[in-house]
Design a protein around this ligand. Structure first.
Ligand SMILES: Cc1ncc(C[n+]2csc(CCOP(=O)(O)OP(=O)(O)O)c2C)c(N)n1
Ligand SMILES: [Mg+2]
Length: 342
């Protein structure tokens, strides 16, 4: 045995041995999602983004920990209409996302899908679905395809708390459990579906209990801590890859903005104080504090990160604003694809 072996590297136990570059990359990703959404709110106010637009502010630890952290490019991600953050964390170029929001031909769906329908074949981002719960059986289908072809791809299926009250949720979970499909169902429990709290809409408040009816592997996760999201989602993904067995995860989170851009931030269903109280657990600040405590970053680095991310968001806006609108003859192009019989 060598007596001159290098001294062991300092282990950051609360950082799960993750390399510094990875952690800083995750910080950038969370910040990009936050600043991208803030810019969307601004552009919406200026009338440059129109129609439905649901922002992800407050939920960034989920997209970064689960999508950027716990899966690979080959894995699938599918979600509902609150989709910008998950798309960015999946590696979809944010410039075409912004162009899609502005209805430009360079957008991810050639400007004809809008905010709720971000798709990207290249990164296996399967959308962007406006009908609550409709994508859950589609997730089971994507996982079925993976298993049928003998691939090892896992599908991460995100949904809101409200979606767990929809019939398609139960159909999707049942088939995934019955056929042992490699899908991880993730409830982003932000406590409200539009203006209705979980208590007023679900027979069980602990949504995770809904997995017991299908004998699913279940786990509750703190959605304010990106590291916890990463480790627990990764465990479910590894399990799905090895055994083809699905899981149901409930990530407890909070949305800072109104349900969509046309809704008030608190309205009558929650108080301003509640929103302010929840902001004390802001996932980006929580992560910044961890990184600082571990001496991986300082205030100067954090300021630089702000500048770096601001420049990326500005590039997205310039790209989108300088892009043309879709020509009229494209009108039916993106909706149907002729089958070649395969
Ligand atoms: C089948 C269906 N019913 C109703 C709606 C209207 N709707 C749009 S979003 C929404 C709330 C869903 O809340 P949740 O699943 O918790 O997701 P969140 O918005 O909190 O991310 C409703 C009822 C819809 N789009 N589809
Ligand atoms: Mg909700």
């Amino acid at each position: 045995m060598s007596t001159t072996s290098a001294a062991p590297k300092k282990q950051h136990s609360r950082l799960f041995g993750l390399p510094k570059e990875t952690l800083l990359d995750w910080y950038d990703d969370m910040l990009l999602v936050r600043r991208f959404e803030e810019k969307c709110a601004q552009l919406y106010g200026m009338g440059k983004i129109m129609g439905f637009c649901h922002l992800y502010n407050g939920q960034e630890a989920i997209s970064t920990g689960a999508v950027k952290g716990a899966i690979t490019k080959d894995d699938y991600v599918i979600t509902a209409y609150r989709d910008h953050g998950l798309a960015i964390s999946k590696g979809v170029d944010p410039k075409p996302i912004m162009a899609e929001l502005l209805g430009k031909v360079t957008g991810t769906t050639r400007g004809q899908g809008g905010s709720m329908h971000i798709f990207d074949k290249e990164t296996n981002f399967l959308g962007g679905h406006a009908i609550v719960g409709s994508h859950i059986p589609i997730a089971a289908g994507a996982a079925f395809a993976s298993k049928y072809k003998g691939e090892k791809r896992v599908c991460l299926c995100f949904m809101g708390d409200g979606a767990t009250n929809i019939g398609a949720f139960h159909e999707g979970l049942n088939l995934a459990a019955l056929w042992k499909l490699p899908v991880v169902f993730i409830i982003e429990n932000n406590r409200y579906s539009m203006g209705t709290s979980v208590r007023r809409s679900s027979a069980v408040e602990e949504l995770i209990k809904k997995g017991l009816g299908y004998d699913l592997r279940t786990e509750v996760i703190d959605g304010f801590n990106v590291l916890e999201v990463y480790t627990k989602v990764k465990a479910a993904v590894d399990h799905a890859r090895e055994t083809y067995e699905p899981s149901l995860l409930e990530i407890r989170t909070y949305r800072y903005r109104g349900h969509s851009m046309s809704d008030p931030i608190h309205g009558h269903y929650r108080t301003k104080e509640e929103v302010e109280e929840q902001k004390k657990y802001d996932p980006i600040s929580v992560f910044a504090e961890i990184l600082k405590a571990e001496k991986l970053v300082d205030e100067e680095w954090l300021d630089e990160a702000e500048k770096r991310i601001k420049a990326i968001v500005e590039e997205c806006v310039t790209f989108a604003e300088n892009s043309p609108e879709p020509p009229l003859e494209n009108l039916y192009d993106v909706y149907y694809k002729e089958s070649n019989g395969e």
